[in-house]
Design a protein around this ligand. Structure first.
Ligand SMILES: [Zn+2]
Length: 121
């Protein structure tokens, strides 16, 4: 049995991150308990918790940072949209200038900018 044939028969995936597991040069799997090497290392580093490897370090912070950036960009667009509308631009022109569809402008930006103006007044 060639090694490639053996690998083809036994395609294995990590139980934690679902990435394909790899073998060492000697043919043994990297990692343990059907986890890949990376997940196994994380599990050992966390003190071998019974529930398995903890989530990747920084994953929650990375997602929070992406959400934060998106929210800030949307708030900036809403502010620009409200300014353009106050300056007398039509819905279509203001939507095109901030880079959103007229449907989004009507459904989100128009309501938000009106309520923001109501609070400011
Ligand atoms: Zn893994």
């Amino acid at each position: 049995m060639t090694r490639t044939g053996l690998e083809a028969r036994t395609k294995a995936f990590c139980r934690c991150c679902h990435k394909p597991r790899t073998r060492r040069k000697n043919g043994c799997w990297r990692g343990a308990h059907n986890w890949c090497g990376t997940c196994t290392t994380r599990w050992y580093a966390a003190g071998k918790p019974p529930e398995g490897p903890p989530p990747r370090a920084g994953e929650a912070q990375r997602i929070a940072a992406i959400r934060d950036t998106c929210r800030q960009a949307q708030e900036a667009r809403i502010e620009d949209y409200a300014f353009l509308r106050r300056s007398g631009e039509s819905q279509e022109t203001a939507a095109a200038r901030v880079g959103v569809s007229t449907r989004t402008a009507r459904r989100v930006y128009e309501r938000t900018s009106i309520s923001a103006r109501g609070e400011a007044a």
